[in-house]
Design a protein around this ligand. Structure first.
Ligand code: MG
Length: 378
């Protein structure tokens, strides 16, 4: 470095120091300056909320008309990030359990919200399980950090907002006339996701095919127990324009599932079998793809890691959801530009949404330009 350059750097640093000092000139002697933001501390708030479903929702194992949820907020320096836990009862979480878990979280001890890895790792080890409750904090923290950076998460992750796929619209197991009616109501959607796994499987598909020839994906929710039966069904489904099969067999039947995937003429996706990051590696060679859901995997941070790992293993990825408000749906949608399939119709299935955010426009997952997860309260 030449002398001029050294002098320049020296002068610059002195000047920078001088200008900083002048702005602190009103501090009392001995008082340590702390930037405004370092004075602030994060505060977590939460309240239970019950999602009302527009239709009775039936899958292979259960039926229901409401979904218990928990709405969260993290406030920091006057900025509020929103989050949500959606807890369908069959997954084992509850509003009481989530409240108990969230009460154990102390965000005040962290200096700032940008330490996301540390904060979310700490929360993850407070107790095992509680993935939806953990996701409610993860989502609120992501929303908050995005807002502080004034950027939506698809920008922070480097994804192109407009490359999102169409979302499928879910048709639950029902009577023939109801299935026909729901298929007609789904006119806006380009792909239908059909719940199978009971003795009515062929009726479900034939009824839908009597109304429309649009592409179908099927979710068996572990309903087929016999691998040869499953393989026959998949061949039958392929002839009827089905794109892929989600969780055809019980997650415990790993060998049967690997056997089926090897022979299946359609791609298989693991959903119940793939909860968290560690499950992605186990699913490799057993399924062709994975279904990532924020409520299973503890939120956006781990979902992003799962996406990256699945890609490195050359596996397909779909982004799924529970019945959720537009809060959690919007959070999930920031990963949608990078997945083959989206099943993000959760907010469309409820009648009491409390957020405006990512929407389904002409069947496509359509993100907003707002920072964070891109939602506002309605
Ligand atoms: Mg599924």
């Amino acid at each position: 470095m030449n002398q001029d350059r050294r002098d320049f750097l020296k002068t610059t640093s002195v000047l920078a120091g001088a200008s900083l000092l002048s702005s602190f000139s009103d501090l009392h002697a001995g008082q340590v300056y702390t930037p405004q933001r370092n004075d602030a501390r994060m505060k977590l708030r939460f309240r239970p909320y019950t999602l009302e479903l527009k239709h009775v929702f039936t899958i292979a194992t259960s039926s229901r008309t409401t979904t218990p949820a928990m709405l969260t907020e993290i406030e920091y320096d006057g900025v509020v990030g929103y989050g949500e836990a959606s807890m369908p009862p069959y997954l084992g979480e509850s509003q009481e359990g989530a409240a108990a878990f969230l009460s154990k979280i102390n965000l005040v001890k962290y200096e700032n919200p940008f330490e996301m890895e540390t904060i979310l790792n700490d929360i993850d080890v407070i107790a095992t399980g509680n993935p939806a409750a953990k996701a409610s904090v993860d989502i609120a923290l992501h929303d908050l950090v995005g807002k502080l950076m004034n950027q939506p998460w698809y920008n922070i992750w480097g994804f192109k907002k407009t490359t999102t796929p169409y979302t499928s619209f879910t048709i639950g197991i029902d009577k023939e006339d109801v299935v026909r009616q729901k298929t007609k109501e789904a006119a806006e959607y380009k792909i239908l996701k059909v719940k199978l796994g009971r003795e009515t499987d062929k009726m479900m598909i034939e009824t839908i095919r009597s109304v429309t020839d649009k592409p179908i994906t099927v979710d068996v929710n572990q309903g087929w127990k016999d691998r040869s039966f499953a393989l026959d069904m998949i061949h039958w489904l392929k002839e009827r324009g089905v794109l892929f099969v989600e969780q055809p067999m019980p997650k415990e039947q790993v060998e049967d599932m690997a056997w089926l995937t090897e022979r299946s003429p359609l791609p298989t996706f693991g959903d119940e079998a793939v909860q968290r990051l560690a499950d992605v590696k186990k699913a490799h060679g057993v399924y062709n793809g994975i279904n990532i859901k924020l409520m299973k995997c503890t939120g956006m941070r781990e979902a992003h890691k799962m996406l990256t790992l699945a890609r490195s293993l050359d596996m397909k990825v779909m982004m799924g959801c529970m019945t959720e408000t537009s809060c959690a749906i919007s959070a999930a949608s920031h990963l949608a530009p990078m997945v083959e399939y989206a099943d993000l119709d959760g907010a469309v299935l409820i009648s009491n949404d409390v957020f405006d955010g990512t929407k389904i426009v002409d069947g496509r997952v359509t993100l907003t330009d707002r920072p964070g997860i891109g939602v506002k309260k309605i």
